[in-house]
Design a protein around this ligand. Sequence first.
Ligand code: NAD
Length: 462
Amino acid sequence: MKAHDGIYLDGAWLPAASRDVIEVVDPADERVIAQVPAGGAEDVDAAVRAARAALPGWAATPPAERAARLAALRDVLTARKDEIAETVTAELGSPLAFSRAVHAAVPIAVAASYADLAARHPFEEKVGNSTVLHEPVGVVAAITPWNYPLHQIVAKVAPALAAGCTVVLKPAEDTPLTAQLFAEAVHEAGVPAGVFNLVTGLGPVAGQALAEHPGVDLVSFTGSTAVGRRIAAVAGAAIKKVALELGGKSANIILPSADLARAVNVGVANVMSNSGQTCSAWTRMLVHRDRYDEAVTLAAAAAAKYADRIGPLVNAAQRDRVRGYIEKGVAEGARLVAGGPGSPRERGWFVAPTVFADVTPDMTIAQEEIFGPVLSILRYEDEEDALRIANGTVYGLAGAVWAGEEAEAVAFARRMDTGQVDINGGRFNPLAPFGGYKQSGVGRELGAHGLAEYLQTKSLQF
Ligand code: NAD
């Protein structure tokens, strides 16, 4: 794997001030595949200064020209899609077919959507006797996780650039090569120096220095609720804007009228893809008591099919954490019907696709985010009971509802405390706002709502 030994600063790859490095490891075989700099506070400071210096010029660049750079970025990502897929597979471990279909393809669609939105957004509106200007928020700190490494970068950087903001990116320590490849693409797309900067590094060092930096106007963070809470506190103390995309524990509600086999099969596939490392995964399947046993049999069979197809978890700590949850599920009385805590392979951080039946809403595995290939199946008595269980966690990121008629599923979805619901297997829409209710986050990403996060208004009265 190609790796840069510098940080991308003011349009060039420069040596980091910090001498520390991060070793990048292939989770499928535990081999070190590359080294990148672990930037420190000095590197973050240099990057924020570069972004600050580039802000007036980029903010004043006509939206059509910003849109043209984003269209060029989309084209570079498209031309390099195979390299993107291979890089994500090497450092995240996801099977190559999934890396191609999702990790490479979705960010291209999102970059394309912002090339279009940047060209069409009015950036000025009339409200009575006022002209309202939509101006960029300023310098953006983008802090991203490893589970969808390119998507989470593009979902922040593309709308920020469309809005006229400049950016310092601190990607996850497990997946810095994808971030370096993205920086190369930004460079190739002709984005002016300083508009986008990349500092690879550790969360508590580079990430924290970036969130705390007084030269940053908005911190946009995707990651765990624990770190999000700290970032919100830091941003709050400095009265900085903050956007948080955090954890989830989403429910897949199968109403009695649904096509059970389809709902269960799609539900299991949703949890097992990306080895369960998806914040919006439907990790709680809710089935009416009359159809419960049939659903459990179908789910166990569906999960078994993933045994040879599933990738590893991203690192040893994540593997151990997931195993710990599986052991806890067993200890709290849930019934294991597929998988389990054992190691399915000698090398690599694999966990077998796991399904628990007889899970009750108060169990740890029904409440906490596991972030691994683990599905919990819960039994409900009637719709009110299903709704209580579905809404009964601190999270509210996503969900699914299945019913014989779409209208029945929609009526249920309206009562759910969550930011996204797929009706009868509705497909991903890169223009629909994505984000959480409750502790799943603050703010929205993607589409016009995602663009609005990077804009502030100024009203001129006449
Ligand atoms: P994490 O919170 O540990 O790390 C996320 C990022 O924050 C990384 O870049 C990390 O280096 C950085 N970081 C860590 N400590 C920091 C600190 N003190 N100050 C500043 N930055 C710091 O999360 P993770 O383990 O990388 O990712 C998994 C989590 O992300 C899961 O909880 C998942 O649900 C969540 N997630 C949410 C969404 C969403 O859109 N809601 C999407 C993907 C992942």
